[in-house]
Design a protein around this ligand. Structure first.
Ligand SMILES: C[S@@+](CC[C@H](N)C(=O)[O-])C[C@H]1O[C@@H](n2cnc3c(N)ncnc32)[C@H](O)[C@@H]1O
Length: 282
């Protein structure tokens, strides 16, 4: 991969996804795109760069190869505890029946399925209108997500009661499948956070976890400003463990571990039973 090839690749990745590829990621880029070169029978990266520049259909394979999709059921478990122990009681005590949640970089689906498993028992009666939108840029991960089929290995950290209640499996199979009442709570769609968002909102909770790290500050600022507009004034924004809104937005207030609310929201009613460690006194 020549210097010019890498320069072309990092510019195209940035322009089409917002993902920043510093020099230290050259090896990763090399190994991920080498597979495409082999599949297309191309002899070098210069040929591949010219192919992707001139073949619009290749753009999605290029993007899918460069995204990092690491995820897990109940990853950063404190968010799901907060959802159940603080937000669920608030919703149950309020008047709203329409609840909307957006998992905005959902990868292979473990995040939105974890949200659905947390909420199903509280909102399954017909008086509630709860929907989860789950989006990602990468079409391959969305394919996996919508099948809801996972290896038994991938659910080893899942609390046993969730696996028993919400997953189907046979002892002979190496896989489990998410049951239909959880699947039907979620709508999977492809969406690039950098492009126009076709939804009107408002959302009550937005999960945007472990994707901001791939963007520069300018992109983060644009996306967070759009989240603010999409979020209900009483809503919540959850970001990933190594992410922060410091120097990115002044429109949010940190109220828990990587949990934000729009500035000026009305008082949070804290459930007496909530684990104090989940809350940040501020
Ligand atoms: C590391 S995964 C995080 C998955 C999940 N949110 C979690 O925390 O476990 C990052 C995801 O962000 C997606 N992504 C990267 N750039 C994106 C963009 N511009 N728009 C939407 N999704 C994007 C990737 O495809 C990938 O699936």
């Amino acid at each position: 991969m020549t210097k010019a090839d890498f320069e072309f690749i990092r510019n195209l990745a940035y322009d089409s996804t917002g993902i920043v590829l510093p020099e230290r990621k050259k090896h990763m880029v090399y190994s991920r795109l080498s597979r495409r070169l082999r599949q297309l029978n191309l002899k070098d990266f210069t040929q591949y760069c010219s192919y992707v520049a001139n073949t619009s259909d290749e753009r999605i394979n290029f993007i899918n190869a460069l995204t990092t999709n690491l995820t897990a059921f109940f990853r950063e478990e404190h968010h799901f505890k907060y959802l159940e122990q603080a937000i669920v009681p608030e919703w149950k005590n309020g008047n709203k029946k329409r609840l909307r949640i957006w998992s905005s970089a959902c990868s292979t689906g473990e995040e939105p399925y974890s949200i659905a498993m947390t909420l199903e028992k509280h909102f399954s009666s017909p008086q509630w209108d709860l929907k989860i939108l789950a989006t990602d840029l990468d079409t391959n991960v969305l394919q996996t997500a919508s099948t809801g089929r996972y290896s038994k290995e991938s659910i080893t950290n899942l609390p046993a009661h969730y696996a028993e209640k919400y997953m189907n499996s046979t002892s002979a199979s190496q896989h489990v499948e998410i049951c239909s009442n959880i699947k039907k709570m979620i709508h999977f769609k492809q969406l690039n956070l950098l492009e126009n968002w076709p939804m009107s909102g408002p959302f009550d909770v937005i999960f945007c976890r472990n994707v901001l790290i791939y963007f520069d500050n300018e992109t983060k600022q644009k996306i967070i400003a759009k989240f603010r507009k999409m979020l209900s004034p009483q809503g919540y924004l959850f970001i990933g463990h190594s992410e922060t809104l410091m120097n990115i937005s002044e429109e949010f207030k940190l109220i828990g571990q990587t949990i934000y609310r729009p500035l000026g929201y009305s008082d949070i009613k804290i459930n007496d039973n909530i684990n104090e460690n989940l809350l940040l006194k501020c």
